[in-house]
Write a protein that binds this ligand. Structure first.
Ligand code: 5GP
Length: 175
């Protein structure tokens, strides 16, 4: 499969993804029974995971979407992207942040810091993918779809230079 100038091959097929996302949805539904959680999905990459995850949630929940600005601002932990589009009051809420992938962990670490300042009752992360070998931050990731090695992946919401988000399977760079 060619995307722009690069060749990719299937890495995790859609049936495997579908099954794993269903498991995560059931687990979250069990663990958040009676807690009225608010999901916050980080666009763009998490849109497909967030949509499929929601279809597997069987308890009352809310979902909202945020973006990270394309520009960076200087922060104590280095250069970080600024959170935009948060229009929910998250004080006292049980938050679940939905991410596509945690690589170094800097993005999610910074997001967690920003959210904690707003006084949620609890906060956990649901990420489709995690690259533990690349992660430099101490993080507690409660719901992880797949742990993967340090390879570049596209598809199922994730892009290569803007393309590939529509693919149903996950692909990695062919060697
Ligand atoms: P972190 O701050 O954890 O290093 O990076 C997280 C962000 O980097 C993700 O939300 C995603 O946008 C991007 N990223 C990291 N690894 C990959 C990858 O393998 N493929 C794609 N498409 N994006 C990635």
């Amino acid at each position: 499969m060619k995307i722009k100038d690069k060749e990719f091959s299937i890495y995790i097929d859609k049936n495997t993804i579908e099954q794993r996302v269903a498991e995560l949805g059931k687990k979250i539904s069990r663990e958040y029974e009676g807690k009225n959680p608010l999901f916050i999905a980080v666009l763009n990459g998490s849109f497909m995971f967030a949509g499929d995850l929601m279809k597997n949630i069987s308890i009352p929940v809310e979902i909202s979407f945020i973006k990270l600005s394309s520009y960076t601002k200087t922060h104590s932990s280095g250069k970080v992207k600024e959170l935009v589009g948060l229009d929910e009051n998250i004080f006292g809420r049980n938050l679940i942040i939905i991410e596509d992938i945690v690589d170094t962990g800097l993005t999610i670490h910074h997001l967690l810091e920003e959210f904690r300042e707003l006084g949620p009752k609890s906060i956990e992360v649901a990420t489709l993918l995690h690259k533990p070998e690349a992660t430099v931050k101490q993080l507690q990731l409660k719901y992880v779809g797949f742990e993967i090695p340090e390879k570049f992946v596209v598809g199922y919401g994730l892009d290569y230079d803007g393309y590939g988000r529509n693919l149903n399977d996950l692909y990695s760079l062919a060697n």
